[in-house]
Design a binder for this molecule. Structure first.
Ligand code: ZN
Length: 121
């Protein structure tokens, strides 16, 4: 059976059991998305930017030399705090720069999109 990109099987030869399997997979996916959404809603802009910076620039082994995964935003340690400082510097630099100075107000969401564009896309 051919699997589609979302992990759900091709609709051509579906049985009800196939559909039940697909429904279960999608429920798991929805649950993961809801968890991620809740997590993001509880994060500050600086924390979101710190996560982008860590994803992009940390090349350490995450089982030994980087404690990112052992820390959390609820209990940040030296690693997360270091990236938080970098995030705050980046945010301040962008807000003070001529790139965004033209617009009187830039929302956190737009600022995050901008940072993703320059760092990730
Ligand atoms: Zn790391």
């Amino acid at each position: 059976m051919m699997m589609m990109k979302d992990g759900v099987s091709d609709m051509t030869y579906k049985t009800t059991a196939d559909i039940d399997t697909d429904i279960e997979k999608l429920k798991i996916k929805i649950s993961k998305l809801e968890t991620k959404k809740k997590q993001l809603e509880g994060m500050t802009l600086s924390q979101k930017v710190a996560e982008i910076l860590h994803d992009k620039y940390c090349y350490h082994d995450h089982t030994e030399s980087c404690s990112w995964l052992y820390e959390s935003w609820e209990f940040p340690g030296a690693t997360r705090n270091r990236y938080l400082i970098k995030a705050n510097i980046l945010i301040s630099t962008i807000l003070d720069s001529s790139i965004t100075k033209e617009s009187k107000y830039i929302s956190d969401e737009d600022l995050l999109k901008f940072i993703k564009q320059i760092l990730v896309d």
